[in-house]
Design a binder for this molecule. Structure first.
Ligand code: BTN
Length: 281
């Protein structure tokens, strides 16, 4: 089946519901995830691993074999979890949501950050739906709770022509993680349970998240960019920032994020920089 057929066959019908809290040590099996899941396709195929190197790597293999759009790869533990720019993603077994989703989006490579923004907006909406927390973002893809990193997104794309063959969106979310267990991130990271002072059901959060991702994805396919809604949650908006890019350091006032996720900086000399790759320091 062609990628275009897969997308054309989908109808827009999304219901999002919140399920009653379940015990937090619930098993994240394909059965428990699919029971009560009200999405049309997001997470309707589940590949679960108790332990795997990286869910993104597994999802890329499945996507290359033509796994259905919305296939969810999920693990309780990753032994080689990947962060952006070659970093590791660390999470003790059972502490986090470690997931990758397969997409066949009709977006050009330069539009692909829209998929990452849509996914982080879905994460924000899901956290806010099941808790009293407010979620902000750090450009380009960090999920923040009270200024500390609680999650991140790693989107990987396979491209041979103008439109990508597939995209894998990997989401790591510190749910019931005690960051004091990981000295590397202790000072800069947090988790939902640490912010709330209680444990959180990963299953409930995941099911709500899948609903929001499906809704955001439909919106993307209708040509809408999530850029404006994304930038309204940007923690550095209006602040003076330094950004390390592959071409050197840029600095200026963070003015906005454009439709394709570029950070717009106003330099001291009044000119604008559109930054597509980098890290805010
Ligand atoms: C970042 O902030 O650097 C992005 C982190 C993305 C981590 C997730 S965990 C699930 C998926 N599998 C991986 O190996 N990485 C992503």
């Amino acid at each position: 089946m062609q990628v275009a057929d897969i997308i054309a066959l989908r109808t827009v019908k999304v219901k999002i519901s919140v399920h009653p809290a379940r015990p937090t040590m619930e098993r994240l099996s394909p059965e428990t995830i699919k029971t009560g899941l009200v999405t049309e396709f997001m997470g309707q195929e589940v590949v679960y691993y108790q332990s795997i190197g990286s869910t993104n790597e597994a999802a890329k293999e499945l996507a290359a074999q033509g796994a259905p759009q919305g296939t969810l790869v999920i693990a309780d533990e990753q032994t080689a979890g990947k962060g952006r720019r070659g970093r590791s993603w660390l999470a003790p077994p059972g502490s986090s949501l470690l997931i990758s989703l397969i997409f066949y989006p009709r977006l050009t490579l330069s539009q692909m950050p829209r998929l990452t923004m849509a996914s982080s907006l879905a994460v924000a909406c899901a956290i806010e739906e099941i808790s009293s927390l407010s979620v902000h973002f750090k450009w380009p893809n960090d999920i923040l709770l009270r200024g500390k990193k609680a999650g991140g997104i790693l989107t990987e794309v396979s491209i041979s022509g103008e439109i990508p063959d597939y995209a894998v969106v990997g989401i790591g979310l510190n749910v019931n993680l005690d960051v004091r267990q990981i000295p590397e991130i202790e000072g800069t990271a947090t988790s939902l349970s640490m912010e709330l002072g209680r444990e959180v059901s990963r299953l409930e959060l995941l099911q709500v998240l899948l609903g929001f991702i499906e809704r955001e994805y439909h919106s993307l396919l209708h040509g809408k960019s999530p850029g404006e809604r994304w930038s309204s949650r940007l923690s550095q908006l209006g602040q003076k920032v330094k950004v390390a890019t592959p071409w050197g350091q840029e600095s200026g006032w963070a003015e906005n994020v454009d439709a394709d996720g570029a950070l717009i900086l106003r330099r001291d000399d009044g000119t604008k920089a559109y930054i597509t790759v980098g890290d805010v320091e």
